[in-house]
Design a protein around this ligand. Structure first.
Ligand code: C5P
Length: 234
């Protein structure tokens, strides 16, 4: 792993100044930060560039899902900005994922890591039936993760309870990016199936996406230091 540590802080805000303040508070202590649709819809490429210019690795969580040609072009645009990790929906299919990988590799000698979203953790079996996808959820997650691997993606975003299974079926060199992380001392908020940073990392997670336990803390820098200490006891 080329990052300082597995912690990526989710900068979930549309407010550029707030995102910059959080990023500055944690940049010397974490592996990177994550910005998503909320931030990007409000601040666009200009705002993203301001975060990247702080020198912290950025995971751009836009979950691309469109026809291969459109995804190819969109990936090219964000790779040019200098992001470190990007993602696409695996359900966009083989040709779309291959187009994403090709675009990224054509653009940069050191392309960003490319992760797939398999089944959104907000969906349960009923939701999959409603949209005509195969059940059970775990089978669909596994199928899409293996397809992503075949297409040349570096890994997947998965929930804490999928870490062990995906590590087993996808192998050791497949990146597992895991949100839904809660230190014991923080509240779980709206996350239902949570795991501590230490548990998730011990099970085989590569990147821990952590938002509110850090950004909602009175002192985000101390919150990160506490998590780093916990990880150092493994
Ligand atoms: O604040 P919290 O730690 O719950 O933030 C987690 C981040 O990970 C948020 O940006 C959220 O959108 C994202 N995420 C998630 N669960 C997923 C995929 C992404 O919580 N399955």
């Amino acid at each position: 792993m080329k990052y300082k540590n597995p912690i990526f802080v989710a900068l979930d805000t549309s407010d550029l100044d707030q995102a910059l303040a959080w990023a500055i508070a944690v940049r010397s202590l974490v592996g990177g930060v994550k910005v998503g649709l909320e931030f990007f819809s409000s601040n666009g490429a200009e705002g993203l560039k301001r975060i990247i210019d702080l020198g912290v690795p950025v995971f751009l969580d836009l979950k691309f899902h469109d026809i291969p040609n459109t995804v190819h072009r969109a990936v090219g645009e964000v790779v040019d900005l200098g992001v470190s990790i990007i993602n696409v929906h695996a359900s966009g299919g083989k040709a779309m994922m291959e187009a994403a990988v090709k675009s990224s590799k054509d653009k940069r000698h050191d392309p960003p890591l490319m992760a797939a979203v398999t089944v959104l953790t907000s969906l349960d079996e009923n939701d999959l039936v409603m949209v005509g996808q195969a059940t059970p959820v775990v089978g669909q997650v596994e199928r899409l993760a293996l397809l992503a691997k075949t297409c040349g993606l570096d890994g997947v975003v998965c929930s804490p309870n999928e870490i062990s299974h995906l590590r087993k079926v996808c192998g050791d060199d497949f990146l597992l990016i895991v949100p839904g992380i809660r230190p014991r001392w923080s509240s779980s908020g709206d996350q239902k199936r949570v795991m501590t940073p230490k548990e998730a990392y011990s099970l085989g997670a590569d990147i821990l996406v952590i938002g509110r336990p850090i950004t909602g803390a009175e002192n985000p820098t101390s919150a990160v230091e506490r998590i780093v200490e916990e990880l150092n006891t493994i």
